[in-house]
Write a protein that binds this ligand. Structure first.
Ligand code: PEP
Ligand code: MN
Length: 360
């Protein structure tokens, strides 16, 4: 894949003074709904109006989108409000219909990015157009698969590309609908600094109360824009009701977000510092999560030992672990002194958890 300024070209050409904003309902439901929301988003910082026309639902029997009819409503949105339009495409027929209806920006959904066949079909159908195409991350946290999809489009000579970070499925229950795994977005940015990177806090959180915080983290991590699902009556939306915000809340969110300022040397320093600190925050949270998981496993060991009436402290195994960690720590440039202190503390905490179980 090409890694050059050309890629961020379409975004720079918009000449925005703020991050790119794509907003609109999860799904187009009725003509009135589509137009009402669009009119409420007119004359705001919203740049593209989104609405899903074909909806990938986890189970059959739910609302699966209004289909091609909705594309006419999006054309009306553009004519009446001047907002540019965006929708998800998942096969060749979708692409052809979207092109016929002059949709300005197309995105490939998370469930499509996982399939090289589908992505290739979409890339072939788009060959030679100058549409903006954004690739959502695949549902599974696989950076190579995500980049592979971008590469298929790039190879089909689609120049106006970008990616949308919408989080990843996980078996573990977390506070997110799709866990952000921010480090993947950070890695992607480091490898391809010129590929526009948009955050989708709606599908990451699944919860409108968390949209602001996730959006702010994304901006602190240098994301180029946000895609936020917006509906005038979120609770009664036909899909993704819990995560949609009203146009008024969206406007408030955009007002409250701390957005990076023009670059002067001093602001540059602050921006870089803020970005690095945001990375540290993400990593610290991962450390906590990992430590929490480790203690859960230790408790499992505690239970086993209790059943078999075995002592908590197994010093032979512990000395082996410590020695191994000191050696492995060297590879990460971590001093022996630090490793010993750290793992003694971790071990002590494990013992405390196990003792609690044994003495219950
Ligand atoms: C959507 O944007 O409405 C959507 C279906 O998203 P995702 O592909 O991220 O699940
Ligand atoms: Mn949705």
């Amino acid at each position: 894949m090409k890694n050059n300024k050309e890629l961020k070209g379409w975004l720079s050409a918009l000449n925005l003074k703020h991050p790119l904003v794509i907003a609109g309902p999860c799904s187009a439901e009725t003509e009135e709904q589509v137009l009402k929301i669009a009119h409420e988003l007119k004359d705001t910082d919203v740049n593209y109006y989104r609405a899903g026309i074909w909806k990938p639902r986890t189970r059959p029997g739910n609302f699966e989108g209004v289909g091609a009819l909705g594309l006419k409503w999006l054309q009306k949105v553009k004519a009446e409000t001047g907002l540019k339009t965006a929708t998800e495409v998942a096969n060749r027929a979708h692409v052809e219909l979207a092109l016929e209806h002059d949709i300005d920006l197309l995105w490939i959904g998370a469930r499509s990015t996982v399939s090289p066949f589908i992505v290739q079909e979409i890339a072939d159908a788009l060959k030679g157009t100058d549409k903006i195409v954004l690739v959502k991350n695949p549902v599974n946290p696989d950076l190579a698969l995500w980049l592979g999809a971008v590469e298929r489009l790039s190879t089909a000579d689609i120049k106006n590309l970008g990616v949308i970070h919408r989080g990843f499925s996980s078996y573990d229950k977390t506070k997110y609908r799709n866990t952000p795994e921010w480090q993947m977005a950070i890695e992607l940015q480091t490898k391809f600094p010129d590929l526009p990177l948009i955050n989708d806090p709606s599908h990451i959180t699944g919860n409108r109360d968390m949209i602001f915080d996730v959006s702010q983290t994304a901006l602190d991590l240098n994301f180029d824009g946000l895609m936020i699902e917006t509906h005038f009556d979120p609770d009664n939306a036909w899909s993704d009701a819990a995560q949609q915000v009203t146009p008024a809340s969206l406007i408030q969110i955009m007002k409250d977000l701390k957005i990076r300022k023009e670059s002067t040397p001093e602001v540059d320093y602050n921006d870089q510092l803020q970005n690095l600190r945001a990375q540290i925050d993400v990593i610290d949270n991962q450390l906590l999560e990992t430590l929490g998981k480790r203690m859960k496993v230790a408790e499992g060991i505690g239970l086993l030992k209790k059943q078999k009436n075995v002592a908590v402290l197994q010093s032979k195994r512990w000395n082996e672990i410590l020695g191994k960690m000191v050696l492995e720590g060297e590879q990460y440039n971590l001093s022996e002194e630090f490793i010993l202190k750290l793992f003694k503390a971790v071990h002590q905490e494990s013992i405390n958890h196990q003792e609690k179980i044994l003495n219950k």
